[in-house]
Design a protein around this ligand. Structure first.
Ligand SMILES: Nc1nc2c(c(=O)[nH]1)N[C@H]1C(S)=C(S)[C@@H](COP(=O)(O)O)O[C@H]1N2
Ligand SMILES: [Mo]
Length: 521
């Protein structure tokens, strides 16, 4: 291999002088672009899977997204008129075509003005990177895939024109094919891993810009006690626990989403996103809890959910007598069986479309999921929901039932100490002991704390915001030096005292009192 530059000005001994040479040079530009985009797409998908980025799309999608955001309304309308719901796909094709043209030209340019060509290529990469960074919620890490992809593309392009013509005729062509295969496979795998995130991201961002039309929920001022270190009353989306079986998070567009009601009903009903938007939405405070949560664990969280009561959809379908369960199915095939009654009674069982005011994050079920107060997630909170089959517990089972978990999953009255942390050393004197307690759809009526073998002392409760939401509590403890054990228990409005008997999560939820050890200095 030689590092000699091609002769400048004269193309005589170089293949670019011939038509075949120029085609080869153009192809080299194209393959360099494919490598860049392919590797950037793959890397973006991988980084997104491990949570290293904020989940911004690869450069092509980002450029398209940035373009949409800056498109005047009349052009948008024109595009929708011309391409209908394929307008975003048309835009993507357009961006790819323009990029491909640019790369072809750069490839040809590289044979004569190599430095200019490399600069132009780097500029294209910079535009892609800038587009990624311009997306809402983007962080610096989101630009890394585009940077790496551009570096590899530049290297490939630079290598190509440095190759002396005499070396071997088969070699450059073979290298081009290899580059195209690597770039193409990376793009394919990246696109698959990213789950077609391009259109889905654009779809979600468009919804994020729409105002939420719902009767707002009132969160009373005293619902959050603001004790440092304790869980906030409303858990931000980014901090919310996530549990599902999805290796690749489904990324649907709202436009492609459909939900059908089937089974033991009077008439089949199918709704799409537009239909759902016209329904009267409401906001509700609901605390989700995972049946796998250990005593003291953090697989529980509270959020404001916006949605349409699912009972109204079921009423349109008309469940037949004899039905006692609804088998919910997700876009990725996961299922759960929910008691029909919990979806038809007066509670706020919602077809949720927003979480804390934002469109559902992809990880939490975009575009639509179920949120059912009082039931563990594994029997109720289907994300990416696509079908509700009205059926019976005798005829159907949800995903987790044959895997050792109960068919029924009402949430157990529970409580947790957030501060101090177990094992902590605290100064003697007044110490705030604080945490949360939950008894969804029954409501928490009291929380008590016990220090060592002392009496159970009532904690101060935060203002009750909803019987479906958790409740913060705090106790001012006069801490004396030494080792101490603290435990907590809650009582619900139905009169149940939290169970002190220790039971593991399987088959229907852990029991026992959260107990911590602290040192007082
Ligand atoms: N499609 C789908 N929905 C699902 C699950 C799943 O595996 N797939 N897991 C459920 C379980 S076990 C819980 S606890 C909740 C968690 O919801 P979150 O990830 O939004 O906190 O989602 C439920 N919905
Ligand atoms: Mo769960």
């Amino acid at each position: 291999m030689s590092s000699t530059s091609p002769p400048r000005g004269s193309a005589a001994p170089h293949p670019s002088g011939r038509t075949g040479g120029r085609a080869l040079a153009a192809a080299r530009g194209l393959v360099s672009g494919l490598l860049t985009v392919g590797l950037a797409t793959l890397l973006a998908a991988l980084m997104q899977q491990v949570g290293a980025t904020s989940g911004q799309p690869a450069p092509i999608a980002a450029v398209s997204g940035a373009f949409i955001d800056r498109t005047p309304a009349w052009l948008k309308d024109l595009a929708i008129a011309a391409f209908g719901s394929n307008d975003k796909r048309a835009l993507l094709v357009g961006v790819v075509l323009v990029l491909a043209m640019g790369c072809l030209l750069i490839g040809v340019l590289a044979t004569r003005r190599s430095r200019l060509a490399l600069t132009a290529f780097a500029l294209l990469g910079a535009v892609g990177g800038a587009a990624v960074l311009s997306r809402p919620e983007a962080t610096a890490a989101d630009a890394v895939p585009t940077l790496v992809g551009t570096a590899v593309g530049l290297w490939f392009l630079g290598r190509g024109y440095r190759e002396p013509a005499a070396s071997d005729v088969g070699n450059p062509a073979r290298r081009l094919v290899l580059g195209a295969v690597v770039g193409g496979s990376a793009a394919y795998v990246g696109g698959w891993l990213g789950g077609d995130s391009t259109e889905a991201t654009a779809s979600r961002e468009a919804i994020a810009r729409e105002p939420a039309r719902a009767t707002p929920v009132a969160v009373p001022a005293g619902a959050d006690l603001d004790v440092p270190g304790a869980a906030p009353f409303i858990v931000p989306n980014d901090d919310f626990y996530r549990i599902d079986t999805a290796i690749v998070v489904p990324r649907l567009t709202a436009e492609d989403w459909r939900l059908k009601v089937t089974g033991l009903i009077d008439r089949e009903v199918e709704i799409d996103w537009a239909t759902l938007q016209d329904k009267p939405m409401r906001e509700a405070l609901v605390t989700l809890a995972c049946v796998s949560n250990e005593v003291g664990g953090d697989l529980v969280g509270n959020a404001v959910w916006t949605g349409w009561p699912v009972r109204e959809l079921l009423a349109l379908a008309g469940p037949r007598s004899g039905a006692d369960m609804v088998l919910q199915t997700s876009a990725d095939g996961w299922t759960c069986g929910t008691p029909l009654g919990a979806l038809t009674d007066e509670r706020n069982a919602l077809l949720a479309v927003r979480m804390n005011g934002e469109p559902l994050p992809f990880e939490h079920g975009f575009p639509v999921r179920l949120v059912v107060p009082g039931l563990y997630g594994y029997v109720s909170a289907c994300k990416w929901v696509t079908e509700l089959k009205v059926t019976t517990f005798a005829d159907d089972v949800g995903y987790w039932t044959p895997r050792g978990w109960s068919a029924d999953g009402p949430i157990k009255t529970s409580s947790r100490i957030d501060v101090p942390r177990t094992g902590a050393t605290v100064p003697a004197g007044r110490v705030a002991v604080a945490g949360v307690a939950w008894a969804q759809h029954r409501g928490v009526s009291s929380v008590e704390v016990q220090v060592d073998d002392g009496p159970w002392t009532a904690a101060r409760l935060a203002t009750d915001a909803s019987i479906d939401a958790w409740r913060q509590w705090v106790l001012d403890w006069e801490a004396r030096p030494g080792s101490h054990v603290l435990r907590v228990r809650a009582r619900d409005r139905a009169g149940n005292l939290q169970s002190a008997v220790e039971r593991p999560p399987a088959p229907n939820g852990a029991e026992g009192l959260h107990t911590i050890a602290v040192q007082v200095a």
